[in-house]
Design a protein around this ligand. Structure first.
Ligand code: SF4
Length: 952
């Protein structure tokens, strides 16, 4: 057996040298003259079923490393290959390592009584406690989470993993996911944080944080108390109310000729070069605006699409004469593209023209903070949240003082989708807004965004917001409007997804939690009952609190029994379509019926109560706020009931219904969904009705030379009042010279899943062995990514290449960053990597597409769409599946060539591309010719020839 402690040494690895960095002056006053940073590596994420494989701890004195502890731990279970890929730790490292019990005392001795520092230390402590007992909870000890500190004081950072924090704070991290190196880096990050804290904190902020941390015994309570003391003399920053931007003139006019050679953009922007496709696009877009046409425009990669529509949008909207107000709405698929347009493209136009651009972004109301609700929640004025909840709101505190927009998208420290209940209590909400009587003079961020959007000449929104209310954006008669729908190939799915109703335990619990806390005397109903109200009202509030608490229990039981029932019908599929009139629908409905009825009862009694409360003579703002919160909660409850009625009844034939089972086999989690089958007629009646001057654009919009598929799916039909023009711009790239698309037909067929993946792994191994080039492998399922990663690990290691595997839920940009930073890496992934990622030049030279990206035929929405198409006497495979596959394949292949100088090989390891009947249709949709390769020899000869620069 190896010694418990493999190495204890005075470290020479610290990147903070004593000479280059004085210890931060606050280190001592904050009680951190000496602290120990810890980290562990594990076989997985669950302390109940996974185990520790490595422990690391690093002692810091005066801000520098003074000692290091490291030990492997035998987990007494097999090491998953994915962990070896992630950490570089192998089975051989841990088989002879000590057991946890043999190493735990040395670890405790090393930590001694010092404050403990970690990056998300709750994870480490949960594993340590599961292995060694409650002693490892370190009761009474100060524990500092570097991630939490960064979230509170640098909320604007986009990401907070250790790798990201090291990069932001300029700390080296050579062996990420190795315990002692991660611990050393975590400690150094803390030192950097402390040295910069004086410029990020002020007295009232520190005092608020200390007070909130003192309630509920935050593990850093003592640290925050000390922070309050050291920052007592620091005054809050003066909010910048100066209108510096007003001094810069607004853009008043722009010509398309600025895009041409010798134009403003070429002169002023380093990255800009005139492109004939972009100029052509801008002309087409302007002409569609001026002549009121609907334009379908395919603009291939490299066109410079954003400027191709933004410049004509500005040219047209600024040219309004006299009283005529003009506005162009630009709708894009993702909020990130919205941000990119504003922060990159509009900024570039502003820079080049030395003006302010009259453009703004508008998001849905729920994206903006309500300062009144936030203050009430975080300072516990309304008594609704637990201490732990309020600790989780801390990352919003500093930002809430400083933000001018209140848009939660400004910060990366808080994600509404991860904290839906908390965010629903503090975000802007029309039902909960006190309007003109609100005491928060700078809190109406949403109203300000709406005002800005009215004055904007170019308004940036996303498809989801646009589709919720076309009338709101287009209905006004005093403004002439035109529309650009960017990423139009995603528009149908975005509209369907925005119109999909979901009903599950989570949605029910969230609305119930807005009214009552199941396990405590907190909650809105009880809090109201404690204020001075007439006896009848008080008694009804108490009674509704009891009913709501009972509903938590009923919801759990109802969804659990519906899930168990559903499990019997769903076999291997996690998604099961619900067809009206079937046994499954009847059973599901009956399992959830009682719950829905009791929720209806709660809703109706809340309504009556609200009427009674509104009639009371109490004119205090507290009373008004209470009524508003109750009304907002009642509305949210009404929405969930509506979703429950729709998804369990399955009665509206315009919708497709399905259930989805997730979670463990022995405790499945059930969700019910209802989605519109087709949105064509809805769009025909709303978006297109009497409306022209709309441009739909994307890099992948047409098939062959036809726009039929998108026109049908979006309900676009030419008429006397709607002239439709269709244009496909030529590509600025010479695809047949810049790339090869090879299809090795000698591999086993894709339908033989097992043999196929073995064959694909063999070919990729050979490619890795022969070509030291960055390689992206696109799969159509996570199962394939896992299988390929497993099979390619050893060859990648032998060749010294970094192998990266996208994992479910793992953030794509972090993977891409690592991929870019390690030339010659192999990245295996799915879903989000198929589109929207930019890898230029040597960042990507070999692309493998494992299987043709057909949609899953058993997907309920696809099934329902197919039936609809069939009822129109068409073949759904050719009308839906093949076109969707072609667009996706083009998107995937589009990752390879992003620039004039890019060159690369695409390998499609699915022989159906050349051997099937529909293969020709797919090939015709692609930018370059497909070459079927009948033997391994010719396949590698073709690659050799291409990379050696010889042309075919
Ligand atoms: S005006 Fe409305 S949204 Fe704004 S802070 Fe007040 S209550 Fe909140």
């Amino acid at each position: 057996m190896k010694p418990a402690q493999q190495e204890i040494s005075k470290s020479s690895t610290s990147t903070i040298s004593k000479s280059s960095l004085e210890p931060p002056k606050w280190l001592g006053p904050l009680g951190l003259s000496r602290f120990v940073a810890i980290d562990i590596e594990t076989t997985g994420l669950l302390p109940s079923s996974d185990a520790i494989i490595e422990i690391g701890a690093v002692r810091f004195e005066g801000g520098v490393v003074s000692d290091i502890f490291q030990s492997f731990v035998n987990p007494r279970r097999p090491l998953p290959p994915a962990i070896t890929v992630l950490t570089g730790i192998h089975e051989r490292d841990i088989t002879d390592a000590p057991l946890f019990d043999d190493v735990s005392q040395a670890f405790l001795n090393f930590i001694d009584d010092n404050p403990i520092v970690g990056q998300n230390p709750s994870f480490d402590i949960a594993f340590l406690t599961a292995s060694g007992g409650t002693e490892f909870r370190f009761p009474g000890r100060t524990i500092i989470d570097t991630g939490e500190l960064a979230r509170i004081f640098w909320a604007e950072f986009p990401r907070f993993s250790l790798t990201n924090l090291c990069s932001f704070f300029d700390v080296s991290l050579e062996s990420a996911h190795r315990a002692s190196d991660d611990a050393r880096a975590t400690g150094e990050v803390l030192v950097r944080i402390i040295s910069r804290l004086p410029s990020r904190v002020w007295n009232s902020l520190a005092s608020d944080i200390a007070n909130i941390a003192a309630q509920g015994h935050h593990r850093s309570e003592e640290f925050f108390k000390s922070l309050r003391a050291v920052s007592a003399r620091i005054e809050p920053p003066v909010l910048d109310n100066a209108h510096a931007l007003d001094e810069i003139p607004l853009l008043s006019k722009i010509e398309l000729s600025e895009l041409e050679s010798g134009g403003l953009f070429e002169k002023k922007l380093d990255q800009f070069s005139p492109r004939k496709q972009q100029i052509e696009m801008a002309r087409q877009v302007l002409s569609a605006f001026e002549e009121n046409h609907t334009l379908l425009l395919e603009a291939p990669t490299g066109t410079g699409k954003s400027f191709g529509y933004l410049i004509p949008a500005l040219a047209w909207s600024l040219a309004g004469e006299g009283e005529e107000k003009r506005q162009v709405i630009v709708s894009s698929h993702t909020r990130s593209l919205q941000e990119q347009l504003l922060k990159k493209d509009i900024k570039d136009i502003a820079f080049a023209t030395s003006t302010n651009i009259p453009a703004s972004v508008l998001k849905g109301r729920e994206n903006y903070l309500c300062l009144r609700r936030f203050r009430s929640a975080i300072h516990d004025i309304d008594g609704r949240l637990s201490d732990g909840d309020r600790h989780r709101l801390l990352p919003l505190l500093r930002w809430s003082y400083l933000t001018k927009s209140g848009d939660i998208g400004e910060i990366g420290a808080f994600h509404p989708e991860k904290e839906p209940l908390l965010w629903s209590l503090v975000c802007s909400d029309s039902a909960a807004c006190s309007g003109p009587t609100c005491g928060s003079h700078r809190g109406d961020f949403y109203r300000k965004a709406v005002d800005d959007s009215r004055n904007a000449k170019v308004l940036l929104i996303n498809h989801a917001l646009f589709s919720t209310d076309f009338e709101r954006f287009l209905g006004s008669t005093d403004v002439s409007r035109r529309v650009v729908i960017d990423e139009a190939h995603q528009f149908e799915r975005a509209v369907v997804s925005a119109s999909t109703h979901a009903f599950n335990l989570k949605s029910v619990r969230i609305v119930l939690s807005r009214l009552a806390d199941e396990r405590s005397s907190r909650g809105l109903l009880l809090r109201n009952a404690k204020s001075k109200l007439p006896e009848a009202v008080e008694s009804e509030l108490l009674s509704l609190d009891i009913l709501t608490k009972a509903l938590f229990q009923l919801a759990r039981a109802s969804f659990a029994s519906a899930a168990l029932l559903a499990q019997k019908f769903t076999a291997e599929e996690s998604k099961q379509r619900l067809l009206p009139g079937t046994h499954l629908v009847a059973k599901t409905e009956s399992a959830l019926q009682n719950l829905i009825e009791r929720m209806q009862e709660l809703h109706s009694r809340l309504d009556s109560l609200l009427k009674d409360m509104s009639r009371l003579s109490d004119s205090s703002s507290e009373h008004k706020d209470r009524v508003l919160e109750l009304r907002s909660s009642a509305l949210a409850l009404g929405e969930v009931i509506k979703a429950g009625e729709l998804t369990t009844g399955c009665k509206d034939s315009d919708f497709v219904y399905w259930l989805e089972l997730t979670g463990q086999k022995n405790s499945p989690v059930l969700s019910l969904y209802a989605a519109p089958i087709s949105i064509g007629s809805k769009l025909a009646d709303t978006l297109w009705l009497g409306r022209t001057g709309t441009v739909l654009t994307s890099a992948t919009l047409a098939l062959g030379n036809s726009f039929d598929v998108i026109e049908k799916s979006l309900g676009i039909s030419e008429s006397s009042s709607m002239i439709v023009q269709r244009r496909i711009l030529s590509s600025p790239f010479a695809f047949n010279e810049q790339m090869r698309i090879l299809c090795p037909t000698f591999l086993p067929e894709a339908k033989d899943t097992e043999q196929h993946i073995i064959g694909v792994a063999r070919i990729i191994s050979e490619v890795i062995a022969r070509y030291d080039k960055s390689t992206l492998v696109l799969c159509t399922s996570y199962a394939s990514t896992i299988e390929l990663a497993k099979r390619l690990t050893s060859i990648a290691r032998r060749r010294g290449r970094t192998l990266l595997q996208q994992q479910s839920g793992r953030i794509t940009h972090e993977l891409l960053k690592t991929f870019r930073e390690h030339p010659g890496s192999i990245l295996i992934g799915t879903s989000t990597l198929w589109e929207g990622i930019d890898l230029v030049g040597e960042e990507l030279e070999i692309l493998v597409i494992v299987k043709l990206p057909f949609e899953v035929p058993t997907d309920p929405w696809i099934q329902a769409r197919s039936e609809l198409v069939q009822s129109m006497k068409m073949d759904p495979f050719y009308a839906i599946s093949v076109p969707a596959c072609a667009i996706r394949l083009r998107q995937g292949l589009g990752r390879l060539i992003r620039h004039h100088e890019d060159r690369g090989i695409a390998i499609v390891t699915d022989s159906r591309l050349v051997s099937s009947r529909y293969g020709k249709v797919l090939q015709n949709a692609l930018a370059a010719d497909v070459i079927g390769m009948g033997s391994e020899e010719s396949f590698f000869a073709e690659i050799e020839e291409f990379f050696s620069g010889k042309s075919r």
